[in-house]
Write a protein that binds this ligand. Structure first.
Ligand SMILES: *Cc1c(COP(=O)(O)O)cnc(C)c1O
Length: 225
């Protein structure tokens, strides 16, 4: 298996779409989703230059953070559904929380945080029942009503439906972009909302076409092919 080849292929694909859309590839951050691999595999990715790591389970997240305690240049992303009682454990190590999906979670973060926490609001654009998050209207209402001191809403995140239908994928990512622009325009303190976390192995090129600034890629990076 060659992580190097996988990474090269992903970076080439990112550059190609960026060029096609007239975007700067440097504005698109690749978050390596390492939930299916161990620390040894992550060390290989680190040696290849990966600095953004994403995990979706609180216990594994803290274990891996501890394993890399000597690497101060890693940016840690928590991307999974987060139980309120796990907030305290992950907060000190989380550079970006991609899954702020409910008010009770925000309240708990506000209560526990001692400094600003960069969060993406998770928005369920496709409105599938199985997916977490605010719907579009709720997201706008939430940012207008909140007055948190420790939560910075840096952007929005979504998970697209598991489909190969490109039309649907474009539609979902455009939908997230529209909500992001609407919220950004409000210019609410602590709610810059410039970023879009969208796109995974199956759909990151479409997400980049529609404005993704953080893509979360697991399988394309770590699977053998
Ligand atoms: C697993 C996961 C990803 C990565 O998915 P791949 O299809 O492996 O690229 C991205 N985001 C979230 C929230 C995930 O749970």
């Amino acid at each position: 298996m060659s992580y190097n080849n996988n990474l090269q292929t992903i970076e080439d694909r990112i550059s190609k779409v960026a060029q096609k859309k007239g975007r700067d590839a440097a504005d698109i951050h690749l978050v390596a989703v390492t939930k299916t691999v161990d620390v040894a595999a992550m060390e290989k990715l680190y040696d290849l230059g990966i600095r953004h790591f994403g995990e979706n389970r609180a216990d594994v997240f803290t274990e891996k953070v501890e394993a890399f305690a000597d690497k101060s240049d890693i940016v840690w992303h928590f991307i999974g559904s987060l139980q309120t009682r796990k907030v305290r454990a992950i907060l000190p190590y989380t550079h970006f929380l991609h899954s702020l999906d409910r008010k009770s979670l925000a309240d708990e973060i506000e209560k526990r945080a001692t400094q600003k926490v960069a969060c993406f609001l998770q928005v369920n654009i496709s409105e599938e029942d199985s997916k977490h998050g605010f719907n579009a209207d709720e997201a706008v209402a939430f940012v207008k009503e909140q007055d948190y001191q420790h939560i910075e809403i840096v952007g929005l995140m979504t998970m697209a439906p598991n489909t190969d239908d490109e039309h649907t994928l474009h539609h979902v990512f455009q939908g997230l972009k529209a909500v992001q622009l609407e919220i950004e325009k409000l210019k609410i303190p602590n709610v810059p909302c410039h970023e879009l976390s969208m796109g995974m192995t199956n759909d990151f090129e479409i997400a980049i076409e529609e404005g993704a600034t953080f893509i979360r890629v697991g399988r394309a990076l770590v699977e053998e092919n």
